[in-house]
Design a protein around this ligand. Structure first.
Ligand SMILES: C[S@@+](CC[C@H](N)C(=O)[O-])C[C@H]1O[C@@H](n2cnc3c(N)ncnc32)[C@H](O)[C@@H]1O
Length: 292
């Protein structure tokens, strides 16, 4: 993945039914595309990040085609230089620091300063997945950063925690009750070590569990956030349990699916009463934000 250190941000707003068309129109010009249904007037925001200034004429033409397909006028387009503090990823080869939103994920040998205002997460490459360089993990970190104000009190569940990177990211927002669960005992061991290194072991409980069926990952009142970066098919199998363990005002972040797998995963969660509230695509890996 090669997100820019200081690239360009392209932004527009569109009705929900046209979001896919505009996101697809922006994809050839960008490294990552995200969309969020959070404007007060019911429109969705579609954002794309590009390394270089996109060709304005080509971009406008592509959006005109999308608008025509959606049967609407092309919406106003924003295209501006990206401040370094929003997206920085100098070189996302393994073991290099990764910046996503406010998060700065770095290995223990990182000797440079931490960027001002960043939330540092220290993770070394080990026997558990999750050093921050994968598009699915980056998508989750971006979504967690976006949902941050609502997450302070938790409880939150990181299902398929791997290295624990997402549970640590949530705890570092101030969330006091986080459960990190993984089917793989080695991942749970690595996760516990990373919790200690990041000084969040008092807030995060790491447990071995396959899905939500076990007692050790129940929250009486339901979870405020469940994040699961697994794979499309296991996510579909888990849909009922995830929806059933979510608080009324809860959010779900799903990742580990490819863009083409979104309809089948989303369908499984819609049948459990959840609706799409945002999507992020990085390197073809799609992250979905859902709520009731
Ligand atoms: C792609 S890794 C994600 C790691 C980390 N959360 C991240 O975002 O980088 C998926 C993890 O899910 C775990 N996993 C797969 N199926 C699971 C299940 N049914 N219940 C719990 N964990 C599961 C795997 O062992 C693996 O550690």
């Amino acid at each position: 993945m090669t997100l820019p250190a200081a690239g360009w941000k392209i932004q527009l707003q569109a009705p929900a039914a046209a979001v896919d068309l505009f996101a697809s129109a922006l994809e050839p010009f960008s490294l990552a595309v995200a969309s969020f249904g959070d404007t007060p007037d019911g429109l969705w925001t579609v954002e794309a990040y590009a390394a270089d200034r996109p060709d304005q004429a080509l971009l406008a033409a592509s959006l005109l085609v999308a608008a025509a397909a959606a049967g609407i006028d092309a919406p106003p387009l924003g295209c501006e230089p990206l401040p370094q503090k929003d997206w920085l990823a100098e070189n996302l080869e393994s073991f290099q620091p990764v910046r996503v939103g406010r998060y700065f994920v770095h290995p223990s040998h990182h000797a440079g300063p931490l960027p001002a205002g960043s939330i540092a997460v220290e993770i070394d490459a080990a026997t558990a997945f999750g050093t921050g360089g994968h598009g699915s993990t980056c998508g989750c970190l971006s979504a967690i950063d976006r949902l941050a104000p609502a997450l302070r009190n938790g409880p939150a569940l990181d299902l398929g925690c791997g290295s624990g990177i997402l549970a640590i990211a949530i705890a570092k927002l101030g969330c006091r009750r986080v459960i990190a669960a993984d089917i793989d005992p080695e991942a749970v061991r690595v996760c516990r070590e990373n919790l200690r290194i990041n000084a969040v072991a008092g807030r995060v409980q790491a447990v071995r569990a396959a899905g939500l069926g076990t007692r050790n990952i129940r929250a009486e009142e339901g979870f405020r956030l469940i994040v699961a970066n697994i794979l499309a098919r296991p996510l579909m199998v888990l849909a009922r349990d995830i929806a059933g363990n979510l608080r009324e005002d809860g959010c779900v972040i799903l990742s580990g699916l490819l863009a083409a797998q979104e309809p089948m995963v989303l369908g499984a969660y819609r049948r459990c009463g959840l609706v799409l509230d945002g999507r992020i695509t990085i390197d073809g890996w799609r992250t979905l934000i859902l709520r009731r």
